[in-house]
Design a protein around this ligand. Structure first.
Ligand code: MRU
Length: 363
């Protein structure tokens, strides 16, 4: 069971100092053996945090998208290993490591497409393997998990500054899903770039696609941008083509859940926007930290997460389709890199169609 803490807005979360010295609020954090995270399924009606005191509750929170978004999942994976270390009752280092392997596997399996989750788990597990005692392993696990969370804030801040130069005063920018603070430890990727451009004095308006079926666009992106007082208009996913054809969109920016050499995996619907953007000669940007890059995989190797058919058939008790309707409900799609104008990372802007610098990122 999760226990709930009330918070009224994102800005009411406790401020924590990140490694770069930036005062910041966090979507997910560790506090004395507890992972505290905003329950994103309740937004925009309620902004509440939940406490996960066991790996089981954390896994439930990940599967049900209480915590979601690639970089936030990276932090959840890291803290998840720290939680497994904190709660293991093993009396020998060998048994303790076996507990950690089992729990890490459970965490990794919750969402197969988002590479940051596995990356976060693996990074902490690799560090823990150096420990000579259970106490040392617990200390290392928490230290490494905290480093992942701190670095996420710092890297997304750098990424946002690199990306803002691509946007001009007066731009109307379409985004899909939520690649904001809620999807990261703080700052955001795609929304971080938009916020950084606004902070520079540029007037940017955002078109947020609702992002069916779980509505991360309407529930989270619109809410987050309204908190920041950045002009945002909600559209149905299917209105993107009409708006592009009418010349109402200047640029598209999205986040990513995994980037292979040949494709960008992001929320279902992203590929459709990329095809439309290409047709209408609109720049299509992806903002993602290096932790989202998959150095070895190609599009054909990657499992696309399929979710519960009921996400399409019903909203709570209201039926949207016959109860036994056949359903295909993929959570993500793959956009070929040929459709991507540039990828914005913490180390700078890379152009996938300039193969040398692109290939360097995977070597
Ligand atoms: O299923 P979700 O809500 O976890 O999907 C999230 C996305 O697709 C985001 O666009 C992506 O994680 C980038 S977040 C900075």
């Amino acid at each position: 069971m999760h226990s709930y803490i009330d918070i009224r807005s994102l800005n009411e979360l406790p401020k924590i100092e990140a490694i770069s010295g930036i005062q910041t609020m966090r979507t997910i954090r560790w506090d004395s053996g507890t992972i505290t995270t905003i329950d994103q399924t309740l937004l925009p009606v309620e902004c509440r945090a939940i406490e996960c005191k066991t790996v089981h509750t954390l896994c439930e929170a990940i599967v049900s998208l209480r915590i979601r978004g690639a970089p936030a999942l990276g932090a959840a994976g890291g803290y998840g290993v720290a939680l497994a270390a904190h709660t293991s009752a093993a009396s020998t280092l060998r048994e303790f490591m076996r507990d950690l392997e089992i729990e890490s596997d459970r965490i990794r399996r919750t969402r197969p497409t988002a590479i940051n989750l596995t990356w976060g788990v693996d990074r902490v597990m690799d560090a823990v393997r150096r420990a000579g005692s259970i106490d040392e392993a617990r200390r290392i696990a928490l230290f490494e998990a905290t480093a992942i969370a701190d670095e996420d804030v710092e890297r997304n801040t750098r990424l946002s500054k690199h990306g803002r130069a691509l946007f001009e005063d007066g731009d109307t920018v379409l985004t899909h899903c939520n690649a904001g603070r809620l999807a990261c430890v703080d700052v955001g990727t795609a929304l971080g770039v938009i916020r950084a451009a606004v902070d520079e004095g540029k007037e940017i308006s955002v078109i947020s696609c609702e992002t069916r079926p779980l509505n991360q666009g309407s529930r989270l992106t619109v809410w987050e941008l309204m908190q920041d007082k950045i002009p945002v208009t909600l559209i149905p996913d299917s209105a993107a083509g009409l708006m592009m054809r009418k010349g109402l969109i200047d640029k598209v920016i999205v986040g990513a859940d995994r980037i292979t050499r040949d494709a960008v995996f992001n929320k279902i619907g992203t590929y459709t926007h990329s095809v439309l953007a290409k047709e209408h000669k609109i720049p299509f940007y992806v903002a993602a930290p290096i932790s989202t890059f998959d150095p070895t995989g190609l599009e054909r190797d990657i499992t696309i997460e399929e979710r519960d058919p009921d996400e399409l058939r019903r909203i709570h008790d209201v039926m949207l389709a016959p109860a036994d309707a056949a359903v295909y409900n993929p959570a993500f799609d793959a956009t070929p890199v040929e459709n991507v104008t540039a990828v914005i990372t913490e180390d700078g802007v890379v152009y996938p169609n300039e193969s040398e610098s692109w290939n360097d990122l995977f070597s």
